[in-house]
Design a protein around this ligand. Structure first.
Ligand SMILES: Cc1cc2nc3c(=O)[nH]c(=O)nc-3n(C[C@H](O)[C@H](O)[C@H](O)COP(=O)(O)OP(=O)(O)OC[C@H]3O[C@@H](n4cnc5c(N)ncnc54)[C@H](O)[C@@H]3O)c2cc1C
Length: 478
């Protein structure tokens, strides 16, 4: 980039809020995937007005901008695909207001999700979306990805809690949408377009989030199964019985084997899958009845053991098993492709069977865990990208998983988004007409492709969808 242009960007944020050196920039070249590309510089704005001036200048100079929250993206969304700037919103991390009378929180995008949880819970309020990365990821990233989490089975995903936002468009103009209103159907639901837009339509600089009363009680149980089939059948039976738990999380044997290397957890030797079951509310009897009914279903289907957490410490230990799953798998092999398909719940047993068949056929270890109650599964392919031909083989296996999910009436991504990882399959999932309309929308908001270029929208062919990722780009330093 021209030095004069970079100086103009620096003048907007001040010299202390720009990162130019390679050692500083390298931290911004990664996200939660195995891709890497260095930005030319990183800007750390503090206000909506600074973001607006940055985007106005970027638009004028055709400088590309990749917005970044905490960089925990599992789709490649937070790393640049071509040279340009990263906009790190970590310093915009104030909770402006917790308004109890309207049950809303107004927060800047860089607020860490678990910090928001603690702040609203101190006031007896509840913000349910709880991605497993909640101690690192940001509210802005959650809104941009429409993130989910275990509790979303009962309460809904991030989009169900966004009431208002301030968003800066690619030309620098500032748009205020929605507000503290619970009902609002005036005009098109423009605000919802930005939820899940993965940083391609605008930069979200403030959000107003709906809060609900904090449920005073919760009970958690763990059911252990000899067979993965039985565990996945229990999920469909529980939902089919008309029970709506807070969470129904499934972890298979391959995941447990790795998680137990990092945490002091034990399971009966014959365990091949576990289900984590949780219910909350304000009526202890009702919660207990639901837990009893769900564990009874698990036993009928063949659970070897069902244990209820006796206290908060035991409850946290059960959840720890789930929260560390993604990170532990990441350390178990040189590389991990964490996929994110979602299928109708009734298809979960068949989908899991097919994933394991694909793993055996292509000789990949695929560890599966996920929000089974939502039909959202994370097949994690463990591999080593340095082995010649490994990425090519992985492409074939991953494509087959996508194909099976689509045949079952499912979708490519339940919560991680498309980013760079799955864009080649977008047309297979949505159809050409829908993708064309989405591309038209992108052109309306960002005709010069300033924001997160080369994300979401497909290349011409699915062949090479992993091998041509940024890890092979000229800036990659792996
Ligand atoms: C261990 C682990 C567990 C995870 N568990 C879950 C889970 O349970 N559920 C789930 O849904 N996801 C999960 N994720 C994925 C990830 O944490 C979420 O997608 C999260 O919302 C990303 O937040 P972030 O702040 O890290 O955003 P980043 O990774 O920095 O960015 C993600 C995307 O959002 C865009 N973006 C970020 N902030 C803004 C903004 N203010 N305005 C516009 N665009 C923006 C970026 O450009 C990028 O495209 C997990 C990831 C990891 C590593």
């Amino acid at each position: 980039m021209d030095a004069k242009i970079l100086n103009d960007f620096e003048n907007i944020v001040g010299p202390q809020n720009i990162r130019r050196g390679p050692a500083q920039r390298v931290a911004y070249s990664f996200d939660g995937t195995f891709q890497q590309r260095m930005p030319e510089a990183v800007l750390l704005p503090k206000t909506t007005e600074e973001v607006s001036r940055i985007l106005a200048l970027a638009n004028k100079t055709e400088t590309t901008i990749t917005t970044r929250g905490a960089g925990t993206s599992l789709s490649g969304g937070a790393i640049p695909t071509i040279e340009g700037l990263v906009l790190d919103l970590a310093q915009m991390n104030a909770i402006h207001e917790i308004d109890k009378r309207n049950s809303v929180a107004v927060a800047q995008p860089g607020v860490i999700t678990s910090d928001l949880h603690h702040a609203v819970e101190e006031q007896g309020l509840f913000y349910p979306p709880d991605p497993a990365s909640l101690q690192q990821c940001t509210i802005g990233g959650n809104v941009a990805c429409n993130s989910g989490g275990p509790r979303c089975l009962k309460y809904g995903v991030t989009k169900d809690f966004v009431l208002g936002m301030t968003v800066v468009l690619a030309n620098g103009s500032i748009l205020k949408l929605g507000g503290k209103l619970v009902k609002n159907v005036t005009g098109y639901q423009l605000m919802q377009l930005f939820v899940g837009s993965e940083g391609t339509l605008g930069v979200i600089t403030e959000v107003t989030l709906r809060l609900i009363p904090y449920p005073s009680m919760r009970k958690t149980a763990i059911a252990m199964f000899k067979s993965l089939d039985h565990a996945s059948e229990a999920v469909t039976e529980i939902i089919g019985a008309g029970i709506l738990p807070v969470a129904l999380e499934l972890l298979d044997r391959a995941t447990l084997d790795i998680v137990t290397q990092y945490r002091d957890l034990t399971f009966p030797q014959e365990t091949n899958a576990i289900l984590i079951i949780e219910q909350d509310g304000n009526d202890e009897n009702a919660i207990q009845n639901d837990i009893k009914s769900m564990t009874a279903i698990c036993r009928e289907i063949g659970a070897i053991e069902c244990n209820e957490a006796a206290n908060e410490q035991e409850r946290q230990a059960i959840w720890e098993t789930r929260r560390v799953a993604s990170g532990a798998l990441g350390r178990a092999a040189p590389n991990k492709l964490g996929e994110d398909i979602a299928v109708p719940r009734s298809q979960i047993p068949e989908m899991i069977r097919r994933i394991h068949e694909i793993g055996e056929k292509h000789q990949f270890k695929i560890a599966v865990f996920g929000h089974a109650g939502d039909g959202n599964l994370h097949p994690n392919f463990l591999f080593d990208k340095k082995i010649p031909g490994e990425l090519k083989r992985l492409e074939v296996a991953a494509s087959e998983v996508f194909q099976v999910a689509l045949e079952m009436g499912g979708t490519l991504s339940g919560e991680h988004g498309i980013g760079t990882l799955k864009k080649e399959f977008l047309v297979n999932d949505l159809g050409e007409q829908t993708v064309n309309i989405m591309q038209d929308i992108k052109n309306v908001f960002d005709p010069k492709e300033i924001l997160n270029p080369d994300k979401i929208f497909p290349e011409n062919s699915t062949e090479g969808f992993l091998t041509r990722l940024p890890l092979l780009g000229k800036n990659a330093s792996i």
